[in-house]
Design a protein around this ligand. Structure first.
Ligand code: ATP
Ligand code: ZN
Length: 305
């Protein structure tokens, strides 16, 4: 008997995702991309109604800024830095000779640049806010979206190495940012109900690296700093986080010296949406062809048949 095709194999067969030779890196079809854009537009409505400031950045950022944000302390295993050839003609000839014989030694010619790949859409925002001076009394609200890189190759299509994250970022007093985070935990449930997707919200932790990371993860859970909204996608027993609700305390406020209207160190929170993960949840539950999706789901997404 033939084995049941995995979800990834089904997505390939339907032409929604295209293999690129790298686990976790996919091409996307028009139908897949249209669903992603509809989700992004639907999510964007909340921020438009509240006059969130929309900011978009390329998928790379200054490496030193990622260092200052503490990323390499907590998640060195996920980070990607950009290297480039910086040699002369002779170095170039040596590089080509290595390549001809299929020798990886040509990589010795690649030198670190000042760039790192953006691991979450909110990282570029904090230093820019810090440069603006003290926050207004009502704090700040941003709508950001970026391609994000995480070095976590996997055959699970919901775990990509490059994916698109949309986020709302709130910066202000502890009361302001916690009210925002907790409000979204309610609104997130409502949103997924309107997409006919089963979901649960649970306390979570980030994948902090190494032995000391275990302590950080436990403390993050204990303090209830991170929650995730989970939907069964590739594994019915182990649902996938499609959205996260993160309270950072004063971590970014301290790192960048962001000050509230009253001069205190600002607190921050972000709500992160995995656009591909939400699309993959929709395709899993409503079928691999959007033309056959329930009318109420298409209406919520503003899709025309
Ligand atoms: P996970 O626990 O699954 O590794 P995470 O907690 O690291 O996810 P966040 O850092 O909170 O994820 O990122 C916000 C959102 O971005 C997640 O809720 C998820 O929807 C999406 N996301 C995170 N990692 C990936 C990935 N490797 N591929 C696709 N989407 C992702
Ligand atoms: Zn964030």
């Amino acid at each position: 008997m033939d084995a049941v095709p995995s979800y990834l194999e089904q997505l390939y067969a339907a032409g929604l995702l295209l293999p690129t030779g790298v686990d976790g890196l996919y091409g996307r079809s028009r139908m897949f991309e249209e669903v992603v854009e509809h989700i992004a537009t639907r999510l964007g409505r909340w921020g438009r109604e509240r006059k969130a400031e929309l900011l978009r950045f390329p998928p790379a950022m200054q490496r030193d800024r990622l260092v200052r944000a503490g990323y390499f302390k907590s998640f060195p295993q996920l980070a990607g830095t950009v290297h480039a050839f910086c040699g002369n003609d002779r170095d170039h000839r040596a590089m080509l000779r290595c390549m001809e014989v299929g020798d990886d030694a040509w990589l010795d010619q690649q030198e670190p640049t000042d760039l790192a790949l953006t691991p979450a859409a909110c990282y570029p925002v904090y230093p820019i806010v810090a440069q603006r001076g003290r926050l207004p009394a009502s704090g700040l609200l941003f709508d950001v979206r970026s391609w994000c890189f995480r070095r976590e190759p996997s055959l699970d299509p919901t775990r990509m190495q490059l994916f698109q994250m949309q986020e709302y970022v709130r910066i202000g007093s502890p009361v302001q940012v916690l009210e925002f985070r907790d409000g979204w935990m309610e609104y997130g449930r409502h949103l997924f109900a309107t997409l006919d997707l089963p979901c649960e919200v649970d306390v979570a932790n980030d994948p902090f690296f190494g032995r000391s990371g275990k302590v950080l993860a436990d403390s993050q859970r204990e303090q209830k700093f991170k929650f995730e909204l989970l939907v069964p996608v590739t594994n019915a027993e182990k649902p996938t986080a499609v959205m996260s609700f993160n309270y950072h305390g004063d971590h970014f406020g301290q790192a960048w010296n962001i000050r509230t209207y009253d001069g205190d160190v600002a607190h921050t929170a972000c709500i992160g949406f995995g656009l591909e993960r939400i699309a993959l949840a929709l395709f899993r539950h409503h079928g691999l062809d959007t033309r056959a999706w329930p009318a109420d789901v298409s209406a919520t997404l503003g899709q025309s048949a």
